[in-house]
Structure formats: structure tokens, C-alpha cells
Ligand binder design. Structure first.
Ligand code: T3D
Length: 261
């Protein structure tokens, strides 16, 4: 499919999605939401084994396109309906994709742009990148899963500080706080992310999909429920061919050749 607001490239089992409205700092339009949704379907159908999400130009994503609607004439705009239709399904889709989803945050990530990055499984960011819970600056509430992920990643106090001030946090501090996985020199970001993505795409993808399910579920489960879930997921993993290959390779003292099944 040809896309207007994103780029999609699939190679070596790695799907790279680039948000591509650089003159708007890759702010989300309805078209971009729809295209990203279609791309995620395409990535699933192609049986990619890792996905990378990044932005074109100097920004990762500046959140919702604030110029897309005329607030002077739209009397009662239902932002809840927009979240229901676009942002919430996107965050669910990223969490549920049965492959690792990696954000390569190349520049500023603001508003929903910040929280879509945090909705990815691992976040790498360029040293010059930053994260802004910009919502409060325009009288809104963090969305796209921000109020869920932030306190779990960095604790309630830091989450509260970022959300109620709308202050910018740089990538290095974000990494120190545990908000993101890694901060990388700007010039090395994409090379390092793609090397990592190509490697992780050779690993037991099915097992990684199950690990995602277990860890995300753990954020809301008690110990008993989580132990039950681990039992169920381990059963599924144990039926996979990658488990057999992993054990066989260990016993034969050779590198495993995982197929993702
Ligand atoms: O409304 C709904 O759909 C509900 C959902 C809401 C979810 C949300 O994401 S709410 C939060 C929305 N985002 C923001 O409030 C961030 C707005 N942007 C900024 O605060 C700043 O642009 C940045 C801090 C991100 C970067 O600042 P800076 O100085 O590096 O760049 P700039 O000059 O402000 O922006 C460059 C251009 O991008 C500029 O256009 P121009 O003047 O060159 O033609 C600017 O208008 C445009 N731009 C930046 N952010 C957005 C945007 N255009 C539309 N929407 C944006 N969000």
C-alpha cells in the first residue's frame, strides 16, 4: 500500500515505520492514524519479527495536529471520541503486536507523541531528543496511555511532576530515570537501533510476544493471577519449535537457529 504520511520499509524481518510529516514535526493527523493502523496490519501479515517506529526530520512526533481543527467553529469537540477511535486502539495494537516494537526517538516527542514512544516495548533515544507531557500546556490530560505507563516507569512523583508542569525532560535524564531503555549519540541512533532490531528479529519471536503479554499483564495483576498467566504462557512457549531448537542448540553447543515459531 502507498502511504502519504508515513513510510514503511520491511527488510530482514524488520518493519521500519517512519512518521513522515516533518514540517509539522510529525504531528498526528487522522490520515496518519489511519495509515499507521493499516501499516501495523501489513506488518503483521508480512510476519515481520520486529518493528521500529521513528520520525522523519528533526522530531519524533509532536502529538496531535493542533492545526487540524477549527476550535472557533466546532462548538463541542469530543476529544474522548478521538481517543476511542484513534489513540487507544493504537496503543493497544502496539502492546499486542506479537513482536518487539522499538521506538527510535530521533528528536522531540511531545504530547501523544511522547506517550506513543512509551507505548513501544523498548525506547532508544538520541542524546538531543526530549520528551514533553505537553498536554497541560493546552489544558488537556495526558493520553495515549501516558497516565498508565509513566507512573509505572518512573514512579508517581516524577510522573506527576512531568504531567502537571509540562516540563521537558532530556533523553539522558529519561534513561537515568528508567523512562526509556537507552540514550545514544545522535549520529549513532539509527545504526544502533537497526542493528539491535535485526538481531532481535532472529530471536524466538513467539517467546518475545508471550513475554510482552506477561509483563504488560503484570502491571495490573496480583501474584496469583500472574503465576497462573505464567503457567499458561509457558505452556504455549513449550509447544513452540523455538523451545526445542533452543534446548537442542544448547546441548549441541552451537548457536540456535530460531524461526520465530
Ligand atoms: O486534539 C486531539 O486530537 C486530542 C488528542 C490530543 C493528544 C495530544 O497530543 S495533545 C498535545 C499536542 N501537542 C502539543 O501540544 C505540542 C505542540 N508543539 C510544541 O509544543 C512545540 O512545537 C515543540 C515543543 C514540540 C517543538 O518546539 P520547536 O520550537 O522546536 O518547534 P516549533 O517552531 O514550535 O514547531 C515547528 C513547526 O511544527 C511549526 O510550524 P511552522 O510555524 O514552522 O509552520 C509548528 O506550528 C509545527 N507544529 C509543532 N507541533 C505541532 C505543529 N503543528 C501542528 N500540531 C502540532 N502538535
Amino acid at each position: 500500500m502507498a502511504y502519504q504520511t508515513i513510510l514503511l520499509d520491511i527488510a530482514d524481518n524488520v518493519a521500519t515505520v517512519t512518521l513522515n510529516r516533518p514540517d509539522k514535526l510529525n504531528a498526528f493527523s487522522v490520515e496518519m492514524h489511519e495509515e499507521l493502523r493499516a501499516a501495523i496490519k501489513e506488518i503483521k501479515a508480512a510476519k515481520a519479527r520486529a518493528m521500529v517506529l521513528t520520525g522523519a526530520g528533526r522530531a519524533f512526533c509532536a502529538g496531535a495536529d493542533l492545526g487540524a481543527r477549527d476550535l472557533a467553529t466546532e462548538e463541542k469537540l469530543d476529544l474522548g471520541a478521538l481517543l476511542k477511535k484513534y489513540y487507544n486502539p493504537l496503543i493497544r495494537a502496539l502492546h499486542r503486536l506479537p513482536m518487539p516494537v522499538i521506538a527510535a526517538v530521533n528528536g522531540v516527542a511531545a504530547g501523544a507523541g511522547a506517550n506513543i514512544a512509551l507505548g513501544c516495548d523498548l525506547v532508544f533515544a538520541a542524546r538531543s531528543a526530549s520528551f514533553i507531557q505537553a498536554f497541560v500546556r493546552i489544558g488537556l490530560v495526558p493520553d495515549a496511555g501516558g497516565t498508565y505507563m509513566l507512573p509505572r516507569l518512573i514512579g508517581l512523583q516524577r510522573a506527576m511532576g512531568l504531567a502537571i508542569t509540562g516540563d521537558k525532560i532530556d533523553a539522558e535524564t529519561a534513561a537515568q530515570w528508567g523512562m526509556i531503555w537507552k540514550c545514544i549519540d545522535d549520529d549513532a541512533l539509527m545504526d544502533e537501533v537497526m542493528e539491535f532490531a535485526r538481531h532481535i528479529a532472529t530471536q524466538p519471536t513467539r517467546s518475545i510476544g508471550l513475554i510482552k503479554r506477561a509483563l504488560y499483564a503484570s502491571l495490573g495483576n496480583d501474584l496469583d493471577s500472574q503465576l497462573d498467566l505464567e503457567r499458561n504462557l509457558q505452556r504455549v512457549a513449550g509447544y513452540g519449535t523455538d523451545y526445542r531448537e533452543g534446548v537442542q542448540a544448547f546441548l549441541e553447543k552451537r548457536p540456535a537457529k530460531f524461526t520465530g515459531a
